[in-house]
Design a binder for this molecule. Structure first.
Ligand SMILES: NC(=O)C1=CN([C@@H]2O[C@H](COP(=O)(O)OP(=O)(O)OC[C@H]3O[C@@H](n4cnc5c(N)ncnc54)[C@H](OP(=O)(O)O)[C@@H]3O)[C@@H](O)[C@H]2O)C=CC1
Ligand SMILES: CC(=O)C(=O)O
Ligand SMILES: [Mg+2]
Length: 659
């Protein structure tokens, strides 16, 4: 069993560093011209441009950026001939291993990497290669496992059955979460097989709502570290810290600073559960191989007094660093990431507070492959839901009136993408398209006459209207056809709000996006009963089906988990080097097109998660096609059938034979 790792991790036979380097070089090294192209495309003038364009904080869509990105793509693609066939490939059907391409720079080889051979006891404790009782007799002989396992040999399918059997015995969600994390750390392939085969049942555990509780209690349930912790103490050493990570071909990083974890507020360093969970979905739902995924938490302190007092808190015990100290640390991280993993590593910002999220996206969009899931991924999933809801309510997007509770990342992100789509469909300026979209924040309806200064991301939504203090008055005044909750404030869609929506609309569209379940603006039961079964309802966290007047209503889940795994796969497989708004629109359309007549009959505006890998492949294909069309793809030539190609790129968690 051969893997590139650090000497200290494995105690098998170790090959010298020089030998490892020769092997790595011959297997994966790129021509140095590639490195130069990557470096040249991120000049400081790009940063300067980014800083100037605060208005495009939502998504970088300026012609200048497009040109800049296309030029960088051309530079990168013209010098990217290296595609490596990996024997331990994650690819199905013998397709080329897009994951095998090495984004390493020369610098990377000055690391403590050593090629190690794991066998025996070490192999059983290596989560990436452990198969537990599924090691065959031959493998037990060949890899010094005799006696280390009981005699029985079982299939992976039986292991899945057994794991689900014990998993279901746990009644407490947090225990289920801990059991799954233990499996992930002990036998990664079995964990992913379990998750893929039982996605609807396990998603609420590895993801919202349970991951929220796990983050709140992360310190007390902490057993083994997952992901990379980069704190203020690592300032000046982030490159070294990245080199400590045992995998080197990283393709997706999900990074948080823990300041806005779901709707639970500032959880500091304990936000790590979110990048870990999101990346599990990248693999299970989007097929990105686990070793290409890097969860990162940037710890700049926390303003959560309870955590600061908690003896089990795992982060820095100080209040949050802000201003220059904060931005310097983030900049060092972004620079190091590009230096070590290259131009095409995707950095997904997750659960940053909005006072940093928009600025980070605006700053790094022109120079890095960055994506903010809360702003962009959420926008794309909600737009998809609205496109499919039109089948049930009729009309076009331009015929509808939208009201949001919550004007932060999710709210304004979604609002802007709806406006963009309307503007494309109606060929009107986006400013015109915004006029039917209204947002309420903690101070009431956002209107132009508001005295207090508005944050920059709210300004486009300050329409002319007399002040309205609260949501119910806003519903009565605006008369929306669609009500979207993106406030993080639980149960704010009161009976009166839902009843008013139902009195205004035959089929009111009500989306309660806030997570976890406790923060949902209303429950599915409330939405259906208060609207007399007429609401078209979806929520960020899952709710069970509801019986009302002898009918069963199945709520959908409006969660960015539908988008980001396929979206990321599309970027990776096309070698995209920038994210563009049109890719988000393409992803929305691809997702909406997966809703079947049968789903519509049940009032669903999203397809079930059971088919998510097929859906992700279609989203990936649509995103990749857009990347090629925009000249932002570097993986050339373009595959003929992008859906098939996406499917062939997907990681399979089936065990391999170790000869
Ligand atoms: N389903 C999904 O896929 C996703 C769901 N979310 C969820 O959306 C929620 C919000 O996230 P995000 O947009 O990033 O958060 P932000 O902090 O950026 O925005 C929250 C917004 O809600 C407003 N708000 C808060 N409380 C109230 C209240 N009681 N009444 C009216 N407005 C209120 C805030 O007002 P003000 O500006 O005045 O402070 C702010 O405008 C979270 O719960 C998150 O979990 C996020 C991303 C994806
Ligand atoms: C789903 C998600 O990204 C959030 O609630 O923040
Ligand atoms: Mg999030």
């Amino acid at each position: 069993m051969i893997s590139l790792t650090q000497t200290s991790f494995l105690n098998g036979a170790c090959i010298s560093r020089a030998h490892a380097r020769r092997l790595s070089d011959s297997r994966t090294r790129r021509p140095s011209s590639v490195k130069m192209a990557a470096v040249n495309s991120s000049s400081s003038s790009d940063h300067h441009r980014a800083g100037q364009d605060k208005k495009s904080a939502f998504m970088a869509d300026s012609a200048a950026m497009r040109e800049n990105a296309a030029a960088a793509a051309a530079a990168a693609s013209s010098s990217t001939p290296v595609v490596v066939e990996e024997k331990e490939s994650t690819m199905a059907g013998g397709a080329r291993d897009v994951y095998g391409e090495d984004a390493a720079t020369e610098d990377q080889f000055v690391t403590p990497w050593t090629l190690s051979v794991a066998s025996g006891y070490t192999l059983l404790r290596d989560p990436n290669h452990n198969k537990g009782l599924a090691f065959t007799e031959k493998e037990r002989d060949a890899h010094y496992l005799r006696g280390l396992l009981p005699p029985t040999v079982v299939s992976q399918e039986l292991q899945v059955k057994k794991m689900m059997h014990s998993f279901r015995k746990y009644q407490v969600p947090l225990q289920r979460y801990m059991a799954l994390m233990e499996l992930q750390e002990g036998n990664s392939k079995l964990f992913y097989k379990l998750l893929i085969d039982n996605v609807e049942e396990l998603l609420p555990v590895v993801y919202t709502p349970t991951v929220g509780e796990a983050c709140q209690k992360y310190g007390s349930i902490f057993r083994r570290p997952q992901g990379l912790f980069i704190s203020l103490r690592e300032k000046g050493k982030i490159l070294e810290v990245l080199r400590n990570w045992p995998e080197k071909n990283i393709q997706v990083i999900v990074v948080t600073d823990g300041e806005r974890i779901l709707g639970l507020g500032d959880l500091g360093c304990q936000g790590m559960g979110i990048p870990v969970g999101k990346l599990s979905l990248y693999t299970a739902l989007g097929g990105v191989r686990p070793s290409a995924c890097l969860p990162v938490t940037i710890d700049v302190g926390t303003n959560n007094d309870e955590l600061l007092k908690d003896e089990f808190y795992i982060g820095l015990r100080q209040r949050r660093a802000t201003g220059q100290e904060y931005s310097e640390l983030l900049h060092e991280f972004m620079t190091a990431v590009k230096q070590i993993y290259g131009e095409k590593v995707l950095v997904q910002f997750e659960d940053f507070a909005n006072h940093n999220a928009f600025d980070l996206l605006a700053k790094y969009s022109p120079t890095h492959l960055v994506f903010n899931d809360d702003i962009q991924g959420t926008a794309s999933v909600v737009l998809a839901g609205l496109i499919s809801a039109l089948k049930l309510v009729g009309g076009s997007l331009a015929d509808h009136k939208f009201l949001f509770l919550g004007a932060g990342e999710a709210g304004t992100g979604i609002a802007e993408l709806i406006a963009l789509e309307i503007s494309k469909q109606t060929k009107t300026p986006v400013e015109e398209a915004r006029k039917n979209i209204w947002l309420v924040d903690s101070k009431g309806l956002i209107v132009s006459s508001r005295k207090e200064s508005l944050q920059h991301f709210k300004k486009p939504w300050a329409h002319e209207h007399e002040p309205v203090r609260n949501l119910i008055d806003a519903v009565k005044a605006i008369k929306p056809t669609v009500l979207i909750g993106s406030s993080g404030a639980g149960r704010t869609f009161t009976k009166e709000v839902v009843e008013t929506m139902a009195s205004l609309n035959k089929r009111p569209v009500i989306l309660a996006l806030s997570n976890p379940t406790s923060q949902s603006e209303c429950t599915a039961e409330q939405a259906y009963t208060w609207s007399q079964g007429r609401a078209i309802f979806a929520s960020g966290s899952p709710f069970p089906a509801v019986e009302f007047e002898g009918k069963t209503f199945t709520p959908g889940q409006a969660n960015n988990a539908y988008i980001f795994p396929g979206f990321g796969l599309g970027l990776i497989m096309s070698g995209a080097i920038r994210v563009h708004d049109d890719m988000l629109l393409a992803a929305s359309e691809a997702l909406a097109s997966q809703v079947t007549e049968e789903n519509y009959k049940k009032g669903l505006i999203y397809p079930p998660f059971t088919n998510i890998r097929k859906i992700s492949a279609r989203i990936a294909a649509a995103v990749a096609a857009k990347a090629y069309e925009l000249g932002m793809a570097t993986r050339l030539p373009q595959p003929q059938d992008l859906v098939k190609y996406a499917e062939s790129c997907m990681y399979s968690p089936s065990y391999r034979n170790y000869r």
